[in-house]
Design a protein around this ligand. Structure first.
Ligand SMILES: [Zn+2]
Ligand SMILES: [Zn+2]
Length: 142
């Protein structure tokens, strides 16, 4: 039984790692797991249990989904997050990994203009993600 859980945990982690730019609800994860692994995929209650564990362990971050009571889960970058900047949405907490090339371009410009070396590991640009902006616009237009 324990081994079975480990296998499902690996499936979930593999999926989250290959989609580390996105955050998912448990429902979305259930659907995605099912289409990737079919009958071997963990069910919703197992995913919920696994993701809660991963979140407790700090491997996955839990955010309140914009405009709903759902929670979304996103894997926290591991190791390879030292070579790019991050954007963090202040509304939903989503972390966006900026493309390495773009990060470098930005930092090069800062360095050129101010001769200032930005610490990439410590720097997070705060703002609002596309999803939250659309949500807010809709709300205002109502
Ligand atoms: Zn990253
Ligand atoms: Zn957002």
């Amino acid at each position: 039984m324990a081994e079975y859980i480990t296998e499902q945990k690996t499936m979930l982690l593999t999926f989250l790692k290959s989609n580390h730019d996105n955050a998912f609800t448990v429902d979305e994860l259930t659907v995605a797991m099912n289409s990737s692994y079919g009958g071997k995929a963990p069910g919703k209650s197992t995913i919920y249990r696994l993701i809660t564990r991963l979140s407790d362990d700090g491997i996955v971050k839990k955010f309140a989904k914009t405009g709903s009571r759902c929670f979304v889960y996103q894997i926290v970058g591991e190791g390879d997050c030292h070579n790019h900047l991050h954007l963090k949405c202040l509304d939903c907490g989503k972390l966006i990994h900026l493309d390495e090339e773009i990060s470098e371009e930005l930092l090069d410009k800062v360095k050129m203009i101010n001769d200032f070396s930005v610490n990439e590991d410590e720097t997070v640009l705060l703002g609002k993600c596309a999803e939250c902006k659309i949500y807010n616009q809709k709300k205002e237009n109502k």
